[in-house]
Design a protein around this ligand. Structure first.
Ligand code: CP
Ligand code: NVA
Length: 311
């Protein structure tokens, strides 16, 4: 059966653990994996910009002995002269994996529906699963565990990264406070909250959406934030969003409320003075570049997993 990764909960907790373990192993033994995906081809479809995702997938595929194709939707007939069905069917005849970064979740679901090879979501408006696997690897490396972790998230909670962080925390039984403005435009959708509730039932996770940043920061092992201006948000909304989100900025006060050994994470790209202050992201508790590095190792593990190449 072909497996796809459209959101993190497409995988079980045990599968996520295996992928993280494999990523740690690849990171420590890069050479051992040099030819593992020889002659394999990854198609990367991009509708939005990217630094980390594009470069880590492309580098990862090269280092595994395969090839990655960057394909911008600007150069494609998709949505003009061609539909997703035909795109998926044709691309499946040439390539071994299809990864896509698109605006709408339905585009990923449709790709997965019609593709004859595994589809990887590289970010849509509903999920960013590759990011969250890398985040949990980073937490494990920095904290030595994934159990008994208090994670707090600050800012835009109607957000792809937040959604998968919540799903993964729910799967792993983690306590997570999501601090966001009391406004439907910035709060998680009901469909996500329902899924979180379901996933938490068996794991015992406690995921709360609250509107008090100081409260969320208490006893945090991990302080996490993401952009206030996600890709595609019109520039005209920036002024209002900055005003609305400023009470949820991660600054030295938030870090002082969290545990003294808390780490600071941001999936990046980051804007200093927006979702976090410069002293926080450039300070000693920040792990953002180790986090970004792990994208490379995790991408390799994800591709090997989806191609049934785990030993
Ligand atoms: N974190 C992340 O996905 O970064 P890019 O948008 O640069 O790919
Ligand atoms: N929420 C951000 C994540 C970037 C990796 C965005 O969608 O732009």
């Amino acid at each position: 059966m072909i497996r796809h990764l459209t959101k993190i909960s497409d995988f079980t907790k045990e599968e996520c653990e295996k992928i993280i373990e494999k990523s740690v192993e690849i990171k420590a033994n890069k050479e051992k994996y040099h030819n593992m995906l020889r002659n394999k081809v990854l198609l990367m479809i991009f509708e939005k910009p990217s630094l980390r995702t594009r470069v880590s997938f492309e580098t990862g595929m090269t280092q595994l002995g395969g090839h990655a194709i960057f394909y911008s939707l600007k150069d494609s007939p998709l949505g003009k002269k061609e539909n997703i069905h035909d795109t998926a069917k044709c691309a499946s005849r040439y390539t071994d994996l299809i990864a896509a970064r698109v605006f709408k979740r339905e585009q990923i679901w449709e790709l997965a529906k019609y593709s004859d090879v595994p589809v990887i979501n590289m970010l849509d408006d509903f999920a960013h699963p590759c990011q969250i696997l890398c985040d949990f690897q980073t937490i494990k490396e920095k904290k030595g565990r994934l159990e008994n972790i208090k994670l707090s998230y600050f800012g835009d909670a109607k957000n792809n990264v937040t959604y998968d962080l919540m799903r993964m925390s729910a799967m792993f039984g983690i306590t997570m406070d999501v601090a966001c403005p009391d406004n439907v435009d910035y709060s998680p959708e009901k469909v996500v909250l329902d899924e979180i509730m379901e996933l938490s039932k068996s794991s015992g996770a406690k995921i709360n959406v609250i509107h008090d940043a100081n409260e969320a920061a208490k006893v945090s092992d991990v302080v996490y934030t993401d952009s206030w201006m996600s890709y595609g948000i019109p520039a005209g909304e920036e002024e209002k969003r900055v005003k609305d989100f400023i009470p949820f900025q991660v600054n030295s006060k938030i870090m002082s409320i969290a545990k003294p050994d808390a780490i600071f994470m941001n999936c990046l790209p980051a804007m200093r003075g927006y979702e976090q202050t410069a002293d926080v992201i450039d300070g000693t508790q920040s792990v953002v570049f180790d986090q970004a590095e792990n994208r490379l190792h995790v991408q390799k593990a994800i591709m090997l997993f989806l191609l049934n190449m785990f030993k």
